[in-house]
Design a protein. Structure first.
Length: 270
């Protein structure tokens, strides 16, 4: 029996004041210099200081009281935490009941991190290792050096999403997660995925070519402002409404750094 979406929450964190931490500064300096750059403390100081810890604390507060006991917690992020030495996935596991057998993070994959995390959760269910899975997709933009995705063009907002999946049938069943090395493949692949799908909706992230949308299929276009959280925030915000109108939801976005497209298909066993 597949995993299906059972609850979701979205938060725009208020942030915090900047407090220099020599351990974090040394970590950031070493990391940036490793890639030939130079740490910019003024850039760090001017950021919102919206930590991953703050985000997950707020997200858990917005969950229903009767959620299932989680046995798997996966955190996905495209950008590093403002405090990169914290193990936030373990903290999230603790504040959601402390019963999860595994709590870990998926990073260094751009916006594909959340898609990979969902694939991991689905694989754990198929092998009998998980019946209740939490996916946290977190984005904070206080960075130690200039980043073209964050600082050039449309600003990226700090945001967090928490999605809970449980073993069962119904709307939001995880049926497929795809990675397309060439974004040019996205249009034909979306056409194939929606051709025979009952009542499909395609959710396109802001980095995805509008021309990839299949003709005649309902499309929800996520506005600019999110990097890795965009389609997942839309899912968490609208899923209760979408399950009344659609049977198949196809999430897709293209990473501007690599031109790699990612797709996740959520269906319904009819």
């Amino acid at each position: 029996m597949p995993l299906r979406l059972s609850a979701g929450a979205v938060v725009t964190p208020p942030g915090d004041t900047y407090e220099p931490d020599e351990t974090v500064l040394r970590y950031n300096r070493d990391l940036v210099e490793l890639f030939g750059g130079k740490m910019d403390e003024d850039l760090l100081r001017s950021g919102a200081q919206a930590s991953h810890t703050q985000m997950v604390d707020l997200l858990v507060q917005r969950l229903p009281a009767d959620v299932a006991v989680l046995d798997l917690v996966v955190l996905a992020a495209a950008l590093p935490d403002v405090n990169p030495v914290r193990a936030v996935s373990a903290h999230l596991g603790l504040i959601t009941g402390g019963k999860a057998d595994q709590c870990f993070s998926v990073t260094e994959q751009g916006l594909g991190a959340a898609f990979t995390a969902l694939r991991i959760g689905a694989a754990h269910e198929k092998t009998g290792r998980s019946a209740a899975f939490a996916l946290a997709v977190l984005e904070q933009t206080t960075l130690p050096a200039h980043d073209p995705v964050v600082h050039d063009g449309v600003p990226v907002r700090d945001s967090g999403v928490l999605l809970l999946f449980e073993r069962g049938s119904g709307f939001g069943e995880v049926s497929d997660v795809l990675r397309l090395a060439d974004a040019g493949e996205l249009g034909p692949r979306l056409a194939g995925l929606t051709a025979d799908a009952p009542r499909p909706l395609v959710v396109m992230g802001p980095w995805t070519d509008q021309a990839a949308a299949p003709p005649g299929v309902d499309v929800h276009r996520v506005p600019p402002g999110g990097y890795c959280t965009s389609v997942w925030a839309a899912l968490a915000e609208h899923w209760a409404h979408w399950r009344e109108r659609f049977d198949t939801v196809v999430l897709c976005d293209t990473d501007p750094r690599s031109d790699t497209a990612h797709v996740a298909v959520l269906g319904r066993d009819r």
